[in-house]
Design a protein around this ligand. Structure first.
Ligand SMILES: [Zn+2]
Length: 488
């Protein structure tokens, strides 16, 4: 991994995000994924002669939301354009997009590098457009075409060439995914293609200010591939330059099977598309009032929220990073904290551990959204309250959690039903401790002889004898007292 350090990569990303609208951008067809091929279509999205597109206002609203979240200027007036090209999955022969006068310009997204420093990546623009259909080449039969996706709304987020390594590109993509999912405007699923990215890549000698010739890398449809594909392309270009050759401007397709980017076609210029203003749609006018309304309803920025988790709940940055990685998870955690009987640092950390470790384990294993997790935040808080209040031990809490998953019963009901209340009664525990020490004479001797680590064995035996219900703090105190008493 890595590349010749005398060179510096220069990377810009173009990210396509499929917007979560009910219907398509310019007709009332459904945007639902995975329907019978060629069933979500109508004369408008099939581009029949004489039909007229009608703009879905939700598309504009979601684009404004993204623009505001990334500090863009929202254009009071923007226009649609036709991008003309021929492809079997594009029955109209053109794509409605924005070219001159896009809806958002001049924004920026902050990424956080491994060393903790932060870097702003400038956004050139965000524009609205419609998606094309899908050609399916990998079946035994001839190529098949599914045009359900034709007319599904997208935004394209175009960055300036501010990224200087595949890692930075990855972090940028990660941040974009985090923002669109926080905003609820895209599901962020790269594998299903609702978030896609293409990269413009060039290399230059370190210290040089002029850009080298760039190529475009497409089809990086997972986070893993973004870094891999870029690193491959950077090394390919460096090799060409080292051989005294010139990099050719072309489009390459990342092939994950081969671990290589293959040339697809030489890169079209904008004039090849013969962009011109879409004559069937009026300009999009966005008043200040609308922008203010959208701004007022924006959720907290993920990084701001992360920082707040550190200061407000006194959590380690590591915890806060994981908890705020997705809005649903951050919401879940905060709902747990609101239901704690006592909001203190110790209980917040308990809430964080249970959410981060136990809840996430199930969510990840079963690949379910946090919203479908069977234990609601109120219930989890109830259990943490029992634990923090000393009613149950940490070990019993794990069992209660498992049973809550299975039965969906409240932790109180489970604890009562199974008699799991922690034993903190000193007299009762003393009897168990005495019995454990009486049964393990040789271990007692070696402890008194200086083998301090045997202490853990006594704790374990006592917990076992109490079926996990003994209060570990009291057990520790009792054992220490008894064993010290034996020294005399
Ligand atoms: Zn349609």
């Amino acid at each position: 991994m890595g590349w010749d350090e005398r060179y510096e990569p220069v990377i810009g990303l173009e990210v396509h995000a499929q917007l979560l609208t009910e219907s398509k951008a310019f007709c009332s067809c459904s945007t639902k994924f995975g329907q019978e091929p060629n069933s979500n279509v109508c004369p408008v999205c099939l581009g029949m002669p004489g039909v007229l597109p009608v703009l879905n206002l939700d598309v504009v609203e979601l684009a404004i939301r993204m623009g505001l979240a990334t500090h863009c200027r929202i254009a009071p007036r923007s226009i649609f354009a036709r991008k003309n090209y021929f492809y079997p999955d594009l029955p109209k022969g053109y794509q409605i997009s924005q070219y001159e006068e896009p809806i958002c310009t001049e924004g920026h997204v902050e990424i956080e590098l491994e060393d903790g420093s932060r870097k702003d990546i400038r956004l050139t623009r965000i524009h609205m457009e419609e998606d094309a259909g899908k050609s399916i080449h990998d079946l035994d039969a001839d190529t098949l075409v599914d045009v359900n996706r034709c007319g599904v709304p997208l935004i394209e987020i175009v960055s300036e060439p501010d990224l200087r390594s595949p890692r930075e590109a990855y972090l940028f993509m990660y941040k974009i995914r985090q923002i669109v999912t926080y905003l609820g405007i895209c599901d962020g699923n790269m594998e299903e293609g609702s978030l896609r990215c293409d990269a413009n890549v060039s290399v230059r000698h370190k210290g040089e200010t002029k850009f080298g010739t760039k190529t475009e890398v497409k089809n990086m449809n997972s986070f893993r591939f973004v870094e891999k594909a870029l690193e491959f392309e950077i090394n390919r270009q460096i090799e060409i330059l080292e051989d005294g050759q010139a990099v050719e401007q072309e489009t390459l397709l990342w092939d994950p099977g081969q671990g290589a980017a293959m040339p697809m076609r030489s890169k079209e210029e904008a004039h090849d598309y013969r962009y011109f203003p879409e004559p069937d749609l009026v300009p999009v006018l966005v008043g200040e009032e609308w922008v203010d309304k959208v701004r007022a309803a924006l959720p907290e920025d993920p990084t701001v929220r992360r920082d707040r988790f550190v200061t407000e709940y006194k959590l380690p940055k590591y915890d806060a990073d994981i908890l705020t990685s997705e809005k649903g998870l951050a919401d879940y955690f905060e709902e747990v904290t609101r239901n704690l009987s006592e909001g203190n640092e110790e209980n917040y950390k308990l809430a964080s551990n249970w959410t981060m470790v136990d809840v996430l384990r199930v969510v990840n294993n079963e690949k379910i959204p946090i919203g479908d997790f069977p234990i609601g935040p109120g219930r989890l808080a109830e259990m943490i309250n029992l634990l923090a209040g000393g009613t149950i031990s940490g070990k019993i809490a794990k069992d209660v959690f498992e049973e809550m998953l299975r039965t969906k019963d409240s932790p109180k009901v489970i604890v009562e039903r199974r008699g799991l209340v922690q034993v903190s009664d000193v007299t009762a525990l003393e009897a168990i401790v005495d019995d454990v020490l009486a049964r393990n004479k040789s271990q007692v001797e070696s402890y008194l002889g200086g083998k301090a680590q045997v202490f853990g064995f006594f704790v374990g035996e006592t917990m076992k004898a109490s079926k996990g219900k003994a209060n570990p703090k009291i057990v520790n105190e009792l054992l220490r007292k008894k064993l010290e008493g034996m020294r005399k």
